[in-house]
Design a protein. Structure first.
Ligand SMILES: NC(=O)c1ccc[n+]([C@@H]2O[C@H](COP(=O)([O-])OP(=O)(O)OC[C@H]3O[C@@H](n4cnc5c(N)ncnc54)[C@H](O)[C@@H]3O)[C@@H](O)[C@H]2O)c1
Length: 365
């Protein structure tokens, strides 16, 4: 069989970091074509006083100075600014764009190869459709008309790019594709475990960014580790309640994968959502989210605030606000002018533990 061509659609912080992992695997596994294409949304950059296109600079230096500065990618990672050329021949498409850019990108890209398969690394992009909660992978599946898997985990991009050990969870229904896709991502520093619970994996990845805003509010108020740990616990519990409401078959075991509790922890301690939420509190209402994103992220996109805005109408429409006091409080602090210390004054009545056997958290034998 001809080696499979792989294209990474997106070249931000995570797109570049995952390209370093994939490029190692396309080089060592003969079932993949060695050259790895990365679709690069082209921008004019100024680096050391010289102005030029980001893709031109990348292809010459193999460094994405805007989104992953200081990391040199392998020579066989090639930036392609033309979306049609980037995806036209690909057998495997790796989606790693901020979700707000997905529809336009697909609209511009033309046909994909028959039999191609996609993996979405996108966190967020939730939408209420006829009473059902639609996922970003659903949208990709609908628009691309081929199988879409997801990959989520405790994977802060800069740490992955530095080669630090971490784990990730692949959500994939087809056993045939599970094997190939694990091979594409898995290596000694990036261990991948495959499960078949796509909604569980994807929703954990999206919702933890909302909890991370709460963690940032705590940091902005100078609370310590105990408070943050409590918030992480309650956050995990609310993630479970939200996910189970829409996807009753989401598996308990998924929450204990890298995409669940591990991603939640890392995002509440590091990552951009926590950082910007801390700045939001410290600015005492003097800065908008847009301003904070601009000041702190250097062109990267803040995801947690968008996801909080996406799930808010969903929670209201489904009468979930009372069951999700933390999510509600986070939304109100972020967008309704509620005082940040409200984060430690959640309404009473929280169950004692997300892990209580009798609350249905663990799969019944
Ligand atoms: N950064 C991380 O640590 C991390 C880890 C796991 C998952 N993710 C997820 O990966 C996804 C991508 O995030 P990221 O961190 O790579 O992005 P980023 O915020 O670092 O970069 C923004 C990206 O958007 C692109 N862009 C800007 N305008 C565009 C347009 N009009 N059309 C198309 N693209 C445009 C930019 O070229 C850039 O690639 C998100 O869903 C994020 O939640 C990120």
């Amino acid at each position: 069989m001809a080696p499979k061509r792989v294209t990474v659609v997106g070249s931000g912080n995570w797109g570049m970091a995952i390209a370093t992992i994939i490029a190692t695997n396309t080089e060592r596994h003969p079932e993949f074509e060695k050259d790895l294409t990365v679709w690069m949304f082209d921008e004019e950059i100024e680096h050391k006083g010289v102005k030029r296109k980001l893709s031109v600079h990348f292809n010459e230096t193999k460094e994405n100075v805007k989104y992953l500065p200081g990391v040199t990618l392998p020579r066989h990672v090639i930036a392609e600014p033309d979306i049609k050329k980037a995806v036209g021949n690909a057998d495997i498409l790796i989606w790693v764009l901020p979700h707000q850019f997905v529809p336009k990108t697909i609209e511009n890209m033309g046909p994909v190869k028959e039999g191609a398969v996609s993996v979405s690394l996108i966190k967020g992009g939730l939408e209420l459709e006829g009473g059902k909660l639609g996922l970003c992978s659903d949208l990709l599946r609908k628009l691309l008309k081929h199988e879409v898997a997801v990959l989520m985990g405790a994977n802060v991009a800069n740490e992955v790019a530095a080669g630090q050990f971490c784990e990730a969870t692949l959500g994939c229904k087809s056993a045939e594709h599970q094997g190939t896709l694990c091979k594409l991502f898995d290596c000694l520093s990036f261990r991948v475990n495959a499960v078949d619970d796509i909604p569980g994996v994807e929703l954990c990845g999206a919702l933890k960014n909302v909890v991370a805003l709460g963690a940032g509010f705590c940091d902005g108020l100078d609370y310590g580790g105990n408070t943050k740990a409590a918030l992480i616990r309650i956050g995990l519990q609310e993630m479970k309640i939200f996910i189970r409401h829409f996807y009753p078959d989401a598996k308990d075991s998924t929450f204990l994968e890298s995409c669940g509790v591990a991603d939640l922890i890392t995002t509440c301690f590091g990552g951009r959502n926590r950082k910007c939420a801390e700045a939001f509190v410290r600015s005492r209402g003097s800065k908008s989210w847009d301003q904070i994103e601009k000041d702190l992220l250097g062109g990267q996109k803040l995801q947690g605030t968008l996801t909080a805005q996406e799930i808010w109408p969903v929670m209201k429409a489904h009468g979930l606000c009372q069951k999700l006091p933390l999510f509600t409080t986070i939304y109100e602090i972020a967008f309704n002018g509620k005082a940040p210390w409200g984060i430690v004054k959640l309404p009473q009545g929280m169950p004692a533990s997300a892990f209580a056997v009798d609350d249905g958290f663990f799969d019944k034998k």
